[in-house]
Design a protein around this ligand. Structure first.
Ligand code: PEP
Length: 232
C-alpha cells in the first residue's frame, strides 16, 4: 500500500521543512509513504526526511540527462539531490502544459532507465466518461507504458481532481481492474481522496494506494489517510 502526497505548486522551502519535521513525528501506520514537493523544496525535503522510510519524489522530469531544454529538470539532477522517484503525466501537465502520451512515455522511460521510481498518471475527463470513452482513453494512455518493477500507475479521473467529487469505491475498483487487465502493475487511486473517504476507496481489492493532492498539504489529514491505508 503506497500513499503519495502531490503538493503541486504549494510550499516553499520554509513550509516544506516544517511539514517534513512534523511528518517525521506523525503516526503514519504501516504503509509506504512518499511526498512530492515542488522542485525548489526537494533538497530540503530529502534532508529533513533523511533516515526515515518516507520517499521524496519530484512532480515531473525530462528524459535527457542535460541539454538546451529551458525550464526542464533532468533525472541526473534529481538523483544528485537524493530524490527517489517522480510523478509523470499528471493530468494538470496534460491539460495545461501540452503533455502527450508520447512525451509521457519518454519521461517514464528516461526516469526508469536512470534508476528512479515512477508514478505514471492516467485518467479520463468528464466529457470522455460521458461519451462512454473511458476504457478507450485508459487503453490509449496505458499502451505507451511497459511493465517495470519501479513503475506504478495512478488512475486519476480528471473530473475528480481538486473538485471534491470522488469516484465511488465501485467505480474506482472497476477502472483499476481494467487498467490492471492492460498492464499488471500496482494502481493508485487519485481524485479528492480525504480522511473521510480513504478507507472505503483503499479497501477495494485493486486499489493499491492513493495519490493525494489537496489533503496531502496538511500533516494531520495526510497522516490520517496513511493510517486508513494501513488498516485496509
Ligand atoms: C492530484 O493532485 O493528483 C490529486 C488527486 O489532487 P486532489 O487530491 O486534490 O484531487
Amino acid at each position: 500500500m503506497l500513499i503519495a502526497g502531490n503538493w503541486k505548486m504549494f510550499k516553499g522551502v520554509a513550509e516544506a521543512a516544517s511539514f517534513c519535521h512534523e511528518l517525521r513525528e506523525a503516526d503514519l501506520g504501516d504503509v509506504d509513504v512518499v511526498v512530492c514537493p515542488p522542485y525548489t523544496a526537494l533538497a530540503t525535503a530529502v534532508q529533513v526526511l533523511a533516515g526515515t522510510d518516507i520517499g521524496v519524489f519530484a512532480q515531473n522530469v525530462h528524459w535527457e540527462d542535460e541539454g538546451a531544454f529551458t525550464g526542464e529538470v533532468s533525472n541526473a539532477m534529481l538523483r544528485e539531490l537524493g530524490v527517489y522517484g517522480t510523478i509523470v503525466g499528471h493530468s494538470e501537465r496534460r491539460q495545461y502544459f501540452c503533455e502527450t502520451d508520447e512525451t509521457v512515455a519518454r519521461r517514464v522511460e528516461g526516469a526508469l532507465a536512470a534508476g528512479l521510481h515512477v508514478i505514471a498518471c492516467v485518467g479520463e475527463t468528464e466529457a470522455e466518461r460521458e461519451a462512454g470513452e473511458t476504457e478507450a482513453v485508459l487503453r490509449r494512455q496505458v499502451s505507451v507504458l511497459e511493465p517495470d518493477e519501479s513503475l506504478v500507475i495512478a488512475y486519476e479521473p480528471v473530473w475528480a481532481i481538486g473538485t471534491g467529487r470522488t469516484a465511488t469505491p465501485e467505480l474506482a475498483q472497476e477502472a483499476h481492474a481494467f487498467v490492471k487487465s492492460l498492464l499488471d502493475l500496482p494502481v493508485l487511486y487519485g481524485g479528492s481522496v480525504k480522511p473521510e473517504n480513504a478507507a472505503d476507496l483503499l479497501a477495494q481489492p485493486d486499489v493499491d494506494g492513493a495519490l493525494v493532492g489537496g489533503a496531502s498539504l496538511d500533516v494531520d489529514s495526510f497522516a490520517a489517510i496513511c493510517r486508513a491505508g494501513s488498516r485496509s
